[in-house]
Design a protein around this ligand. Structure first.
Ligand code: SAH
Length: 210
């Protein structure tokens, strides 16, 4: 099966559970195989995470779709992503929002992602090698934040970078199992919703895992 056919089939099966048509149509276009190492490209359109080097993984397409759907993007948002990894989720966000700031702890992954995003022509994205503090303070406030690695609790440093009315989707739990949590910043305090169970690699740093 060629990549285009395989991708169409994958999106067809995601459409049984994902209701946001914008998310589905973007995922039907963005070539996931371009973001992963050659030896795993044959699996690019199976609904599973895949190794991308440095002990990290590209997230499962269903999870990418689900988390993106929870962000409720309409096209005008400034979005922060923590954990660029392959850059695939970054590309999906870049198609659905105005501007994306993404940070990645592993410099080599950040560089690879930058190259792919550049080749695909995404001019509304900046990828940074992460600093010690979570997120990217100088770009704040953000209308939406997505963390693609799991934290032990909702990090205060990230809530502080959300605009009032902004929302963050983040996996929270133990190192091995987490729950997707959606945090909306209110004028005073936050509103927290508990969503689906999931499994992510750990978010590492101050305010997360050692
Ligand atoms: N969205 C990515 C997921 C990559 S896995 C994709 O689909 O390809 C999560 C990534 O988060 C890993 O690359 C890991 O290195 C990175 N990460 C972990 N802790 C981080 C931190 N504190 N800041 C930025 N990135 C971090």
């Amino acid at each position: 099966m060629d990549f285009d056919t395989a991708r169409a089939k994958l999106i067809g099966s995601l459409a049984r559970e994902i209701t946001d048509k914008r998310v589905l149509s973007v995922m039907a276009r963005v070539p996931r195989h371009v973001f992963i190492p050659p030896d795993v490209q044959v699996y690019a359109y199976e609904d599973r995470p895949l190794p991308i080097g440095g002990d990290q993984t590209i997230s499962q397409p269903y999870i990418v779709a689900l988390m993106t759907q929870y962000l409720e993007l309409t096209g005008n948002e400034k979005v922060l992503e923590i954990g660029t990894g392959s850059g695939y989720q970054t590309a999906i966000l870049a198609e659905l929002a105005r501007y994306i700031v993404s940070t990645e702890r592993i410099a080599a992954l950040a560089e690879k992602a930058r190259v792919v995003l550049d080749i695909l022509g995404y001019g509304n994205v900046e990828v940074h090698t992460a600093e010690e503090t979570l997120g990217w303070k100088s770009g704040a406030p953000y209308d939406a934040i997505i963390a693609t690695a799991g934290a032990p609790c909702v990090p205060d440093d990230l809530v502080a970078q959300l605009a009032v009315g902004g929302r963050m989707v983040i996996p929270v739990g133990s190192r091995d199992n987490q729950e997707l949590v959606k945090v909306t910043r209110l004028k005073t305090g936050t509103h927290v919703e508990h969503l689906d169970m999931c499994r992510f690699v750990p978010l590492i740093g101050k305010g997360a895992w050692e």
